[in-house]
Design a protein around this ligand. Sequence first.
Ligand SMILES: *[C@@H]1O[C@H](CO)[C@@H](O)[C@H](O)[C@H]1NC(C)=O
Ligand SMILES: *[C@@H]1O[C@H](CO)[C@@H](O)[C@H](O)[C@H]1NC(C)=O
Ligand SMILES: *[C@@H]1O[C@H](CO)[C@@H](O)[C@H](O)[C@H]1NC(C)=O
Length: 450
Amino acid sequence: MEKPSVKWFILFFFSFAALIPTLMASGGQDSDEVYWRKRGAEARERILKAYKPNPVEVIHHFNKKTREALERHLAETVPVNATGRRSLGAKYRGPCAATNPIDRCWRCDPKWADNRQRYADCVQGFGIGTTGGKGGPIYIVTDSSDNDMVNPKPGTLRHAVIQNGPLWIIFGGSMNIRLNQELIVASNKTIDGRGGVVHIMNGAGITLQNVQNVIISNLKITNIQKSTGGTIRDSVDHFGFRTAADGDAVSIYGSHNIWLDHLSMSEGQDGLIDAVMGSTAITISNCHFIRHDKVLLFGGRDGDSIDSKMQITLAFNHFGHYLVQRMPRCRRGFFHLVNNDYTHWLMYAIGGSHNATIISQGNQYIAPDLADKKLVTHRESDTPESEWKKWTWVSDHDVFKNGAIFIPSGDPNGAATYAALEKIKPAPGNQVTLMTQFSGHRACIPGRPC
Ligand SMILES: *[C@@H]1O[C@H](CO)[C@@H](O)[C@H](O)[C@H]1NC(C)=O
Ligand SMILES: *[C@@H]1O[C@H](CO)[C@@H](O)[C@H](O)[C@H]1NC(C)=O
Ligand SMILES: *[C@@H]1O[C@H](CO)[C@@H](O)[C@H](O)[C@H]1NC(C)=O
């Protein structure tokens, strides 16, 4: 998503206003433009508060938790002789193993389904404190249809996500959901796909616009397409006209405290996850991405100075088969990319511009075989070296294979940043295969470890 939808709306509004008086008169509400401007301004205030002035402390805390979790995992694992390590792609058949602090918090507990909301305590990184629908009732989605955008049918996912107040949304069984238009999620929600295979596919994507406190977990999200736009309800109290959406699988727009965990994502028309308009306090963890061109966009437009407030942790994700670029592509902001497994890219892994700060720690980067695609890092080509040399891009305890190269930059080459990071080291990059082994959607069965 790289464009504001408001502009198009105004055009539409003035050309057709006379024809749609009933639409605008609904509940005596503001025009859509005024409504979203107001919501945007409120969100901006909250974003400034959610921003952490000392992000290195967040990194230290994250790394400490991760190393402790890894050490405990290794201590309780019976060493397997010689060929015991998994080969890539082989299915794990051992007892439940949780290799990172987020997973250790819930995944091997056979009673995970008895107290689903405990999961909200598991997030680490910049998204820490995100509680989603914790404290609210459980809502069970039983109907996979999505036919009414303005008055969604009770039992559908769209009906669940527009409710007021905290809500913990689960699914009555495995289902495929084709969204007719963007699914506009209200604040204080958890979409918890554990317990089956919930597949959002072949339709529109999920939008988090000017909201706070949302958890999305354990879904498959594939083949998300552009939607036409139209009248869509975004809360119990409001619906309005939306322009066409670009086909981002998950679009995070001017929102904060967002945690995306254990998603399997592939083949969208635009981005798989976009975080723009200063979206901050975000953790994206344990996801598995495959078959896609522009994977993650953090910061949508050059002029959005609010993006300097973006703080995102990207951890324990597996960037797999047939990915091309943008894992992520960053503008401004502060990004902790830690303990991810980059096994495939066709152009580059990490790109950026506009003084984005990129702290890469304990990742594994396996370059493609092509001799001219070994660079992990990509600076937008219109930036002179004299400029990008000032951006803090550091690589710390990363592992590079098949000739992968990370070109650091910053004061000079990030020296001050390295000194600050040195206090608490990350879990090492050579353990990343283990730490991301269970990434992506998991079909958890109640009563059993997941
Ligand atoms: C594993 O290797 C160790 C040392 O080489 C040996 O003492 C032990 O018997 C082996 N264990 C098994 C289960 O093969
Ligand atoms: C979400 O929860 C927070 C914290 O309880 C609260 O301050 C906020 O008003 C809620 N937002 C909405 C839209 O309900
Ligand atoms: C670039 O980002 C760093 C870290 O946020 C900040 O200290 C610095 O002032 C920024 N430089 C410019 C030119 O905006």
